[in-house]
Ligand binder design. Structure first.
Ligand code: ADE
Length: 342
């Protein structure tokens, strides 16, 4: 079952996309957080620019909503290059990719989102393009079949994936650079909230920005979304004034609690704690009990719960932590199997 969650790191609607797009930093020096990554990118891009060369192929990986697409656009902007964006699921046939590749110019950035979802056939086709800047395609059939070798310009492939482990090894190996984007600490998110508030002409004080940040699951896309919900609530209920109390109430009303958890997270934790006695329980069993796709749980729900230590992954399945139980006001069974695991 797919449902719209206010705390999803994924995109919700085209209208929301437009707002999120307008809030994106366009240059590295506008980008907040991920300091190590930002410094590495700065050196890399300056060096490539100095040599007048295209940047090596880059793989960005990390949970949804942390800014992989934003970074791809920043890379293009900083290199003064054109960016062509597509995604793994959109490139189902080799011909789809062929058209794009043969139209690329020197230095262009080809951004492929969800690159782990490329079909194996397209993947084969992309190897020589990445490695030797050429594509081979077969014309005609049977005895008349001929391989035509077509040279490509020196482009840069920027791939984004939520799960580096799902990329085939040969594809992964063809990237010269790998960058992991991690969840943002609340202080960085608060700064992002204040920057976005400035752009949207929303008056928000430091403490209120911190409340929004603390409930945004380390994810800028969620922070920007919650900020707008708080603004709406304040406009209707508090004459537009946003302080920390109003921000907290607005988000309570939305079902987002002080740890940034929503109904689905709480339900998942409750099922592990009460139904499976704290765990361990397999992710498939959890998906079935919650009537939720396993992939959704793995990509959208679990990463943040793992990050804050509310869930732990063990060989035998998922386990809820005592902190998770405390947060929900529940208690873990005394002799539950998970006791031995901590
Ligand atoms: N908006 C979304 N992500 C951002 C970031 N990392 N820095 C500044 N603004 C952002």
């Amino acid at each position: 079952m797919t449902r719209e969650r206010i705390v999803t790191g994924g995109q919700l609607s085209p209208e929301e996309d437009l707002v999120q797009f307008s809030l994106r930093p366009k240059a590295l020096n506008e980008y907040i957080g991920q300091n190590e990554l930002r410094e590495k990118l700065k050196v890399l891009l300056e060096a490539a620019k100095g040599r007048g060369e295209a940047v090596e192929h880059i793989l960005l990986y990390g949970p949804p909503g942390l800014g992989k697409t934003t970074l791809a656009h920043i890379i293009a902007n900083e290199m003064k290059a054109k960016i062509i964006s597509t995604s793994g699921p959109a490139l189902q046939r080799a011909g789809d990719l062929m058209g794009i590749l043969t139209n690329l110019n020197d230095g262009d950035i080809l951004f492929i989102d969800e690159i782990h979802r490329l079909s194996p056939f397209v993947e084969e086709f992309i190897y020589p393009a990445m490695e030797d800047f050429k594509v081979d395609f077969v014309v005609d059939k049977g005895a008349f079949a001929k391989v035509i070798n077509m040279p490509l310009k020196r482009f840069t492939l920027v791939g984004a994936t939520t799960r580096a482990g799902m990329l085939s090894a040969p594809l992964r190996d063809r990237f010269g650079l790998y960058y992991h984007i991690d969840f943002y600490p609340p202080e960085d998110l608060a700064e992002i909230v204040r920057r976005s508030a400035g752009l949207l002409e929303i008056d928000i004080d430091r403490e209120a920005a911190m409340v929004v940040a603390g409930r945004s699951r380390g994810t800028p896309r969620i922070a920007n979304r919650l900020l707008r919900r708080v603004r709406d609530y304040a406009a209707v209920k508090a004459n537009g004034e946003i302080n920390s109390e109003i921000a907290a109430t607005a988000l309570d009303v939305e079902g987002v609690d002080s740890a940034g958890l929503d109904n689905l997270d709480r339900k998942l934790l409750k099922i592990i704690i009460e139904y499976y006695k704290g765990g361990p329980v397999g992710i498939e069993a959890l998906g079935a009990t919650l009537n939720e796709e396993t992939d959704t749980l793995i990509d959208m729900v679990e990463p943040y719960l793992l990050k804050i230590g509310f869930v732990q992954r063990t060989k035998r399945g998922r386990v809820a932590s005592p902190e998770a139980a405390r947060h929900l006001g529940l208690s873990l069974p005394d002799n539950g199997p998970q006791q031995n695991l901590f």
